[in-house]
Design a protein around this ligand. Structure first.
Ligand code: SF4
Length: 256
């Protein structure tokens, strides 16, 4: 089998995703690299890769920062929206976006995240929601589902002890300075395409100087979910999406 046939069957690799061993650091079935690939496709299709600056958070998603062929800056844990704010204000002609996990964005990074929303910064925030702290061994995160077992809730999340899952896309939509908020998933081709459209719209809001844009992407974490990669895709459909519905929660062309 020659190489061109393999590339055709596998959809090929976006030029903005470098062919480096770092992709092999991800667990089988992890959807973080799928999310990175999707972002690379969108930047390429919008023709903005040469002025895009990714501020990457701390977590498994950060591995991809080493293999993306555009400007990437690493931030301290949870501080990506602060750094993105600074970069965008100093270089207003660039397209600045953060890529963060749920722990990075809405637990440790809740303050910077809410601050950026409050100020309506002209940045894009993309949050990969895998309902746990993946990198550190699968602890409870604000997005952990009710009854979900994690290493810190071995008998499952309960309302009395840990409260309820945080609905971040809905939260982001409630801020005046937010131009766009949406939640997508990657568990099948239809959802992949829909999520790609959301990310494209989010970048378009920044290109048009409308306001802050936010996209949450539900992302499988098979080992910490104690499921196989295929079971994880079904679990997203049966459990995660009912808790975190997909769709657009805000989409305006002007903040007034
Ligand atoms: S622990 Fe979860 S998020 Fe981290 S690489 Fe593995 S599957 Fe991906």
């Amino acid at each position: 089998m020659n190489n061109s046939i393999v590339k055709e069957r596998a959809w090929g690799r976006p030029e903005l995703c470098l062919d480096l061993p770092v992709w092999g650091l991800y667990c089988p079935g992890c959807q973080h690299p799928v999310g990175a690939r999707l972002i690379a496709e969108v930047l390429d299709e919008l023709g903005i890769a040469d002025r895009a600056i990714l501020i990457i958070g701390v977590g498994c998603h950060a591995f991809s920062g080493f293999a993306l062929n555009f400007d990437v800056v690493s931030s301290c844990h949870g501080r990506a929206p602060d750094l993105a704010t600074a970069v965008k204000r100093i270089h207003p002609d660039t397209i600045v976006f953060s890529l963060q996990g749920d722990g990075d964005c809405i637990a440790i990074g809740a303050g910077p995240f809410i601050g950026a929303l409050t100020r309506g910064e002209m940045i894009t925030i993309i949050m990969l929601n895998n309902t746990n702290y993946g990198t550190t061994g699968g602890q409870l995160a604000p997005t952990t589902l009710m009854e979900q077992r994690t290493t810190t809730t071995p008998e499952g999340r309960t309302a009395d002890r840990e409260g309820y899952p945080a609905h971040v896309a809905e939260l982001a939509a409630g801020f005046k300075g937010t131009a766009y908020s949406a939640r997508g998933a990657l568990n099948n081709l239809a959802n992949y395409k829909r999520t790609k459209k959301y990310i494209k719209t989010a970048f378009q809001k920044q290109i048009n100087n409308v306001g802050l844009s936010y996209v949450e992407v539900i992302s499988a974490c098979p080992p910490n979910w104690h499921l196989s990669p295929l079971e994880s895709l079904e679990w997203i459909e049966e459990k995660v999406i009912p808790e975190f519905p997909l769709g657009e929660f805000k989409n305006v062309d002007r903040i007034e």
